[in-house]
Structures are given as structure tokens and as C-alpha cells.
Design a protein around this ligand. Structure first.
Ligand SMILES: Cc1ncc(COP(=O)(O)O)c(C=O)c1O
Length: 406
């Protein structure tokens, strides 16, 4: 593949990168791009170069950048009350929990800060559920190729050895099965199974949707073995698939016992959430779980505003997402290096027959931000406010780059 010249790094950007190199843990393989500001679906770097943002902070900036309604409520709330801890009440947790209960079909809510923190809480619920029945009932079934976060519990059920191997031994009890294989799932269940954790659309693992029949089987087996079914909607939830949550795509809806989500919920203000039905919620008694920052006034107020806007945006997510999918399929038809296009709504992946990193770097040089996951999958998680015109701009650049792939 011929590659575009690497992005120009001017002295100001270099200074930012040099300082970080000296003082930050060197855990991130960042692209050499220093971002300064954003508006709508666009970002600008320090030198003033503009980028079309089709990755939105890995699915976080659901309303793009500097959305006027969010800016307004953030300004107002920052001047009133940002954080109280969970020692006291504030006005926004209750209404947001009620809103999320109506959206999700799950009655009870716990506020966390991130996806991985929400997953940790859900795992504690699974262990508490199992332990109340039998000390040996602590097995958690998870999927190969899954990603649930970086903390110990979340890592222990992340089905990708590359993330786990340096930290083992992890939390015991994880059992991995291949996605969409009902036979393997059935074989993995027994009376020691406390729960099962699924991403309805695997994100980091390469945009892999689970089939409705697989999810139905998972529900059936969880009920049969008195295990709790968890949907990790950190990446595929809160509007991104064109429904509030990915498990609502099937008809009839197959409800999990627990759902966790985070990324877009407060559009960049950290906020994670666990939603649970009464059975799962009953596993957590007073004092068993908590969070200092979780559910702060600022984050909850922003999330409430976002939920209002999301109701207006859902039809557009379906329409523009569908259009984007068709356009990507058209690229797949034209360019032999594309193996498959997958996803729903505004969660889309294009699998190449080779590593995709160079395409991502070349796209940056062309003013387009996408990401590559699972080595070969170009991942697109654009803001929900994206228009067909902006999709066209992104697809045009992608087409140009794919044409260069030899
Ligand atoms: C499905 C899923 N679960 C959990 C996480 C972890 O979320 P966070 O990075 O907010 O801790 C991610 C992050 O990408 C995710 O995609």
C-alpha cells in the first residue's frame, strides 16, 4: 500500500508530545495529532487543520463537539453544583434513573463513571447472586473476542489474551465461548454458572453483532440455570445502534437482567451506569457497593439533556446510519481489499484483508479521523448528529485511500 506522508508535526505539537513523553506512563500508542477544539462533527488541531471526526472519542461525543445545548447546561450547572458525593441527594440522579429505567426496561440504577467501573459492579452482582445460592456458583461465561475494560474483574472476562496475559492470575471463574455458537454456550452452562456477559455488538473485537437466536438461547440458559444475563452496552448502547440499546433491536425484545453502559451517556463528561431488574438489584444490600464520583450533579444533568436530544435524533441515527452502511458496502464492492462491512446504526466496521493502521494514518493526513480495531477492522463511531453530506465526505476520502491499497 502506498502511504501518504506522515502528518506534519509542528513545533507546538512536538512540545506537547515531548512533555507527555517525559511525564506520562507510556501506555498509549497515540497518533501524532494534538487536538485543540471541535465544533459539530469537526475537530481542529493546533495548527488549525480541520478533521472530520468519525470516531468521536471512541463513541463518546455522541452530539459532536461544543453542542450548544450541552454547553449551556454545563455552564449553568458548573456555576450551581458539580459534585456532592453520594453522602447527599441532588436533583438529577432520580430523574435520570427514571429516564434510564423507561428507556431500558430495567428498574434500578447505579451510577458509576466509566464502562469498566460499571462492568466491575455488574460482576459483583453476579458473584453476590451466586454466593447466596452456593459458594461454588461463581463462574461467569463471557465471549471470545470480547472487551469489557481494563480493571481486574473486567479484564478477567475480556476474551482476548493480549489484554489479560501480563496481569494473570485474574479474578477466577471466567469461562470463554465463541460468539454465536449456541452449542458451545449450552455446553458451558452448569449449576455453578452465576452469570453470562455479552456485548450485543462486539465493539473493540471488530464490530461483530450477536444473532437474535443466540441472544434468545442465552436468555433461556440463564433462566434455566438461575444465572444473571448481563448486556455490556458500553459501546453499542444509548442510541448508537438506532435503538436506545442494542438488545432492543430484536423483536420481541430479549431483556437482560443487568445492562451496563457508559461512553455516550454524558457526551464526554464521565458517567457510567448499571441498570438492573429487581432480582439482580436485590443482590446489592446497603454498604456493598459505592462510588465517590458516580452520578455527580454535572454528569447527570448533562445526561438528562442528552436523553432529551436523543429522542429527537433516533430516526436520524437509523436513516444516516443506514445510508452510511450502504455507502460502505458500495466501497466494498469496488475495492477487493474490503472483506466485509458490519454493524448497525452509527456503529460500523469495515473489515480489510490486511492490517488497517496505515489507512487510519493516511486518513488523518486527508483530514479524516477513524480508528482501526482488532488489527484489520476500520471502525466508525461517528457523532449522532452526522449528516448524509458529512458521510459522503468521509466515504470519498476512504474510497480514495482504499483505491491505493495494492
Ligand atoms: C464493551 C465495552 N465494555 C467496557 C469498556 C470499558 O469502558 P471504559 O473505557 O469507559 O472503562 C469498553 C471500552 O471500550 C467497551 O467497549
Amino acid at each position: 500500500m502506498t502511504s501518504a506522508p506522515p502528518p506534519v508535526v509542528d513545533a507546538a505539537a512536538q512540545a506537547v508530545m515531548d512533555l507527555e513523553r517525559e511525564y506520562l506512563l507510556q501506555n498509549y500508542a497515540r497518533y501524532p495529532l494534538v487536538l485543540a477544539r471541535g465544533k459539530g462533527c469537526h475537530l481542529w488541531d493546533l495548527s488549525g487543520k480541520r478533521y472530520l471526526d468519525l470516531i468521536s472519542g471512541i463513541g463518546v461525543n455522541a452530539l459532536g463537539h461544543a453542542h450548544p445545548r450541552l454547553v449551556k447546561v454545563i455552564r449553568e450547572q458548573a456555576g450551581l453544583l458539580m459534585h456532592t458525593s453520594n453522602l447527599y441527594y441532588h436533583k438529577y440522579q432520580g430523574p435520570l434513573a427514571e429516564r434510564l429505567a423507561k428507556m431500558s426496561g430495567l428498574q434500578r440504577c447505579f451510577f458509576a463513571n466509566t464502562g469498566t467501573e460499571a462492568v466491575e459492579g455488574a460482576l459483583k452482582m453476579l458473584h453476590a447472586h451466586g454466593r447466596a445460592i452456593d459458594a461454588e456458583k461463581y463462574r461467569v461465561i463471557a465471549l471470545e473476542n470480547s472487551f469489557h475494560g481494563r480493571t481486574f474483574g473486567a479484564l478477567s472476562i475480556t476474551g482476548q489474551p493480549k489484554y489479560r496475559q501480563d496481569f494473570e492470575p485474574l479474578v477466577p471463574g471466567a469461562v470463554f465461548v465463541p460468539a454465536n455458537d449456541t452449542g458451545a454456550l449450552e455446553a458451558a452452562f452448569n449449576d455453578q454458572t452465576a452469570g453470562l456477559v455479552l456485548e450485543l455488538i462486539q465493539g473493540e473485537g471488530g464490530i461483530n453483532p450477536l444473532t437474535p437466536s443466540y441472544v434468545a438461547k442465552a436468555r433461556e440458559l440463564a433462566d434455566k440455570y438461575n444465572a444473571l444475563l448481563v448486556a455490556d452496552e458500553t459501546q453499542c448502547g444509548v442510541g448508537r445502534p438506532g435503538t436506545y440499546f442494542a438488545y432492543q433491536r430484536s423483536s420481541p425484545v430479549i431483556l437482560p437482567d443487568i445492562m451496563v453502559t457508559a461512553k455516550p451517556l454524558a457526551c464526554g463528561v464521565p458517567l457510567g451506569v448499571i441498570m438492573a431488574n429487581e432480582k439482580a438489584a436485590a443482590t446489592i444490600k446497603p454498604g456493598m457497593h459505592g462510588s465517590t464520583f458516580g452520578g455527580g450533579a454535572l454528569a447527570c444533568r448533562v445526561a438528562l439533556e442528552f436523553c432529551d436530544i436523543l429522542d429527537e435524533l433516533l430516526p436520524a441515527i437509523q436513516r444516516v446510519g443506514g445510508y452510511f452502511h450502504v455507502e460502505l458496502n458500495e466501497l466494498a464492492r469496488k475495492h477487493g481489499c474490503v472483506k466485509e462491512v458490519r454493524g448497525f446504526g452509527l456503529m460500523l466496521g469495515m473489515e480489510l484483508d490486511r492490517p488497517g493502521k496505515q489507512v487510519v494514518i493516511d486518513a488523518m493526513a486527508e483530514g479524516l479521523l477513524i480508528n482501526c480495531t482488532h488489527d484489520t477492522v476500520l471502525r466508525m463511531l461517528p457523532p449522532y448528529i452526522i449528516t448524509e453530506r458529512e458521510v459522503d465526505q468521509g466515504v470519498k476520502i476512504l474510497g480514495k485511500l482504499l483505491a491505493k491499497v495494492k
